[in-house]
Ligand binder design. Structure first.
Ligand SMILES: [Zn+2]
Length: 104
C-alpha cells in the first residue's frame, strides 16, 4: 500500500489547477490512485436520470478526486501550507509541520 501523507480530515490547500488556492477538508483518501477528495474542490456536475416513475432527473454537484500531489496540508498551528515531515518519538512515527514543528 502506498504511503499517503495526507489523511482524512486534514485541511489542505490546492497547489495547481482551476481550484488553486482553495482550502478544504479531506473527505476521502484513495491510496491506490494516490488521490484525495477534498470538500468544495474539483466540483463536477452530474446529471442524474429519473430512475422511477414520478421522479425527476436533476443536476448533482459533487467533488471529484484529485491527485494528492496537487495539495498540501495546512498546518493548524501556523496556518501555512506545509510539506509533511516525519518525526519518530518513542518508536512512533508522527507527522509534523516543516515550518513550526507542530504535530499534524
Ligand atoms: Zn506549522
Amino acid at each position: 500500500m502506498a504511503n499517503m501523507k495526507i489523511k482524512k480530515g486534514d485541511t489542505v490547500v490546492v497547489l495547481s489547477g482551476k481550484d488553486k488556492g482553495k482550502q478544504g477538508k479531506v473527505q476521502v483518501v484513495i491510496p491506490s490512485d494516490r488521490k484525495v477528495v477534498v470538500e468544495g474542490v474539483n466540483i463536477v456536475t452530474c446529471h442524474t436520470k429519473p430512475r422511477r416513475q414520478g421522479e425527476t432527473g436533476g443536476i448533482v454537484k459533487r467533488e471529484a478526486a484529485i491527485y494528492a500531489s496537487k495539495v498540501q496540508v495546512v498546518c493548524p498551528k501556523c496556518s501555512k501550507a506545509t510539506r509533511v515531515a516525519y518525526k519518530i518519538e518513542d518508536g512512533k512515527k508522527s507527522r509534523v509541520c516543516k515550518h513550526c514543528g507542530a504535530a499534524l
